[in-house]
Structure formats: C-alpha cells, structure tokens
Design a protein around this ligand. Sequence first.
Ligand SMILES: [Zn+2]
Length: 381
Amino acid sequence: MSSREYQICKCCVMDTSDDLIEFDENGVCMRCNEYKNRILPSWNHGNGHEQELAAVLSDIKRKGVGKKYDCILGFSGGLDSSYLLHLAVKEWGLRPYVFHIDAGWNLPIAEQNIKKMTDKLGVELHVEKMNWDEMREMQLAWLRAGLNDLDSPQDHAFIALIDRLSIELGVKYILNGYNISTEIVADPSSWLKEGIHTGDGKFMKDVIKKYCNIRIKDYTFTSGFKHKVWIPYVLGVKTLKLLNLVPFTKQEMIDTLASEYGYIPYGQKHFEDLLTKFLEGYWMPHNFGHDIRRAQLSSLVVTGQMTRDEALEILSNPPLDDSECQELAKDVADKLDITVDELMKLLDMPRTTEHFKSNEFLYKLGTRIFEILGAEKRIRK
Ligand SMILES: [Zn+2]
C-alpha cells in the first residue's frame, strides 16, 4: 500500500489503493477523464455500430465458406464469454470453434452453465483438459516464487491455446469477450509485478525453470513474438471485440442468459473458478487492500449502469465473509494437496523482487503501436 494520503475519485470508486492513480483539480481520476474524452465518443454505449457489425459478420462468413468453423471462441463459462457465445451463434449465425480450458479449478456451477448453454445452442464443446500434475506444480511454483499473478498458469494456457488453434484451424477470426460496458476500468497495473505479461512464454518458462520440481512437458506455451507479431500480422488472424458493437448492460446480459438457458450468475466476475475466487475474493483484498471489485464497479458507474453510492455500499462489505473464505482456503489447499497452514504461509511470503526473463519490450512496442493507431479501446494504467 502506498504511503500517500487517501483519496477516492469523485466520479468512480477508484482510489489510492492504486499507487499510480492521478486526479485532476476537480478530484476526478484519469480513467474517468479518458473514458469521457476518448472512449465514450466512439463507443456510444454500443449504439450506432450496426453497419460496422454487419460488415464484420459478412467478412467472417465469407472467409469461412467451405470451412467447418468461421471463427474461434474461448468459452470460460463467465458472463462475457457466455453472452458472446449466445450472440455469435443465436443472433449472428456464426459457426465458432468453441473451446474450454479445464485447468482443474472450475466450480460445479460453471460446468453446469457451460453444459446448459452448449446443449441448447447445439454447439460442440472442445475441452482442453490440462495435465493436473503439471498445473498443480506450476501453481505451487508461482506461490514459492512469491509472484502475484497466481492465475498466470491458467491464463497463459488460454492464450497459448488460442494461438495454437488459430494456426491449426486456419481460421482468420478470434472472438474475444472483452467489452467496454463491464470492463473499461481495467485492474490497476500497479497491483502486479512490473513487466509481467500473461502471454509471455519467455517469462513463464523462466519461472518454471527456477521453481518447478517436475518437468513440464504437456503444457502449451506461446511467445510474445508468436502472439503479438506472427499470428496477427503474418497469418492475418484478427481478434475481434464484437461486444463493443452492440448495446447492452450487465443486467441485460444476465437476464438474457438466465431466461434463454437457465444460466446462474456467480455473484462476482471470475468467481466461476475456485482459485480465482479465492485470490480475488480473499487474498488480494485481505493481504494487499486490492479489491478488484473497485475496477469492476467503476466500469458500471462510469458507463451509467450503477450509481457511485450503490458501488460504495457494495464495497463497504468484503467480497466474501469469513466462513466462505475459510472454506475456500480449505478447498484450494486440498486441491493442491497441501495443508491450509502451508497455503497461508506461502501466501503471506513477501512478494518477490526477483528478475525474470521476459519479452516486455514486445508488449510495450505493441501497446505503443496500438495507441498511435488510436486502436486501443482499453484504458491501461
Ligand atoms: Zn474515476
């Protein structure tokens, strides 16, 4: 936590738990200003993009003629990818290759939602089941290393699989569930160790080499070069964020999915996954004062889906109560085959300052190019 005086934005609920937050003379944070000046005018709450959407959909269908699939969609069972799957198949008539990564942490409620949706939509679900011995060892390695990004072994696998599939299937479009409506205020970068990018295979391999006690052989890696240069620019595979071209609110997403598929919401973003639920619901707020709901609720506040007072009211209570946290800690420890005590000791270790190899320059360059082209529709701070 920073030693600066506490301050919270007058418009959203971001505060000085983000060390890098800046405020203008009216006490409004830079994220709010950037949203108002740069994002909102072109996004317009998803309104007025009908022609752009129709053109993209027709391109996807045209390039998919004669192929089994016309796009790739990674389906976590979370709200965003679920709504995207619904639109893609039911509303837009696309034929996505739908895949799901089973890294061993899915909660039963997520598995049920996934099954309900794919059954009703009649889409084949391709499940990539990770080698659990390797996943467990990697997860322990991240804990032993004192790294903050404890969900990286899962997240990197997801990115790497998309990269592998886009090469193997020869499909030119990837549908990405990112959306301004619920995600425009991103998690502060100051909450993570500087220079770590989930898609960076060089970083992943270095941590594995230094901290894993078994050989990792089944895990799929990607690299900064493959992910940022080869696939998008040489193979011409486009990642599309089509949710930004349609108007919806978070509540409308939930209502649509509930009435069409009997979808049951998880209560908080990423709570479909045991590990992430524990990390974001307990560990990050408890150990560092980093409450990820601040960013999620701020997205809803700036986009007019919730008042600031409603968000503050939600934040006045912890994400999970004590007994839920204890239960989750036990489940996570059991799954990792260690005791709750051992898990807590690992989580309480000081965060590492160790240098790991990485391709950070490629990521910086990529982000800079996007900024120059004005194509970056995310507020990264
Ligand atoms: Zn703000």
